[in-house]
Design a protein around this ligand. Structure first.
Ligand SMILES: Nc1ncnc2c1ncn2[C@@H]1O[C@H](COP(=O)(O)OP(=O)(O)OP(=O)(O)O)[C@@H](O)[C@H]1O
Length: 257
C-alpha cells in the first residue's frame, strides 16, 4: 500500500508498468431481448504519468470504457489491468477495496456532500478506507488544486470551478494509480473549464498522476497528451499532441474510414 506520509514530490511509488491496460475488452448491455454491444474488442495501453482523452460520438462506448477501466463495471470478456493488478479477475469485495485505495474519480456533477467541509469531502475516501489523512498531504493537495485556505468552507460556498477542483483533490487524496474523469468540464464555462484542464495537466506533470478523461469537447481533449477515438464500440485510432482543428475534423469523420 502506498504510504500517506510519502513526501508529496515523491513519485517513486508509482509502478513502472503501464498505468492502465485493456486487452480485447468487450461489453454488451441487455435491454429487454435486445443485446447492445457497447465495447468491441478494445485493446489499449496508457503509460503512467500521462493525460489521455477519450472521444467519440454519443453512444460510442466512452463511458462504458471508463467504467470498465476503473472497475466500476465488469467486461464480458478481455482483461483490464490497473498498474500490476488485473482488476477484471477481482471478485466484488476485493474490487471495491482496490477501487477505494487505487482509483480516483471525477464526475461532471462534482458529487460533493453539502453538509461536509471541503477538507472533509476531500479526505472522505481515506476515512471510508479506514486510513488517517496526512495533514501535510491534504494541505499540499488543496494548495495544488488552488484551494489553499478554503478547506473549512462548505461546497456551496465555492464557485462551480472551485467545486470541481475540490472533486479533483478528493480524487487525488489516495494517490491513486489512475484518475478517471467523465466530462469533468461539461458543466463549466470555457474560462473555468480551462482552469480545471490546466489543473488536470498539472497533476500529471507535477504529481506524476495518470489521468483518463472522457470529453465531447475538442478543446478539452487537446489538453491531453494523447486522444483515443471510439466509434461504435471500436477503438478508431488516436492522436498525440493534437490541435483543436485536427480533432474537430477527426471527430466529424469518426467511423467513416
Ligand atoms: N445500462 C445500460 N443498459 C443498456 N444499454 C446501455 C447501458 N449503458 C449504455 N448502454 C448502451 O451502450 C452503448 C454505449 O453507451 P455509453 O454510455 O458507453 O456511450 P457514450 O459514448 O459514453 O455516450 P454519451 O456520449 O452519450 O454519454 C450505447 O448504445 C448505450 O445506449
Amino acid at each position: 500500500m502506498v504510504s500517506d506520509t510519502t513526501a508529496p514530490s515523491d513519485t517513486t511509488a508509482y509502478p513502472a508498468a503501464p498505468a492502465l491496460q485493456l486487452h480485447r475488452v468487450s461489453k454488451s448491455y441487455r435491454s429487454g431481448t435486445t443485446v447492445v454491444p457497447a465495447l468491441r474488442d478494445v485493446t489499449l495501453t496508457v503509460p503512467p504519468a500521462t493525460f489521455t482523452a477519450v472521444m467519440g460520438p454519443s453512444g460510442s462506448g466512452k463511458s462504458t470504457l471508463l467504467q470498465c477501466a476503473a472497475g466500476l463495471d465488469a467486461p464480458d470478456s478481455g482483461q483490464v489491468l490497473l498498474g500490476n493488478t488485473e482488476i477484471s479477475r477481482l471478485r466484488s469485495k476485493a474490487l471495491t477495496r482496490f477501487r477505494r485505495d487505487h482509483v480516483g474519480f471525477v464526475f461532471q456533477s462534482y458529487n460533493l456532500l453539502p453538509q461536509l467541509s471541503v477538507a472533509r469531502n476531500v479526505t472522505l475516501p481515506l476515512l471510508l478506507a479506514g486510513r488517517a489523512p496526512d495533514p501535510a498531504w491534504l494541505g499540499y493537495v488543496l494548495e495544488a488544486v488552488g484551494l489553499g485556505g478554503l478547506g473549512e468552507r462548505k461546497p456551496q460556498e465555492l464557485s462551480g470551478g472551485q467545486q470541481q477542483r475540490a472533486a479533483i483533490a478528493r480524487a487525488l487524496i489516495t494517490r491513486p494509480e489512475a484518475v478517471f474523469a467523465d466530462e469533468p468540464t461539461g458543466a463549466l464555462d470555457s474560462a473555468t473549464a480551462r482552469q480545471v484542464l490546466d489543473l488536470l495537466r498539472h497533476t500529471v506533470s507535477e504529481l506524476g498522476q495518470t489521468v483518463v478523461m472522457v470529453t465531447h469537447d475538442p478543446v478539452a481533449a487537446c489538453a491531453a497528451d494523447n486522444i483515443i477515438f471510439l466509434a461504435d464500440g471500436h477503438l478508431d485510432g488516436s492522436m498525440a499532441n493534437a490541435s483543436v482543428r485536427d480533432v474537430t475534423e477527426r471527430v466529424a469523420y469518426l467511423g467513416e474510414r
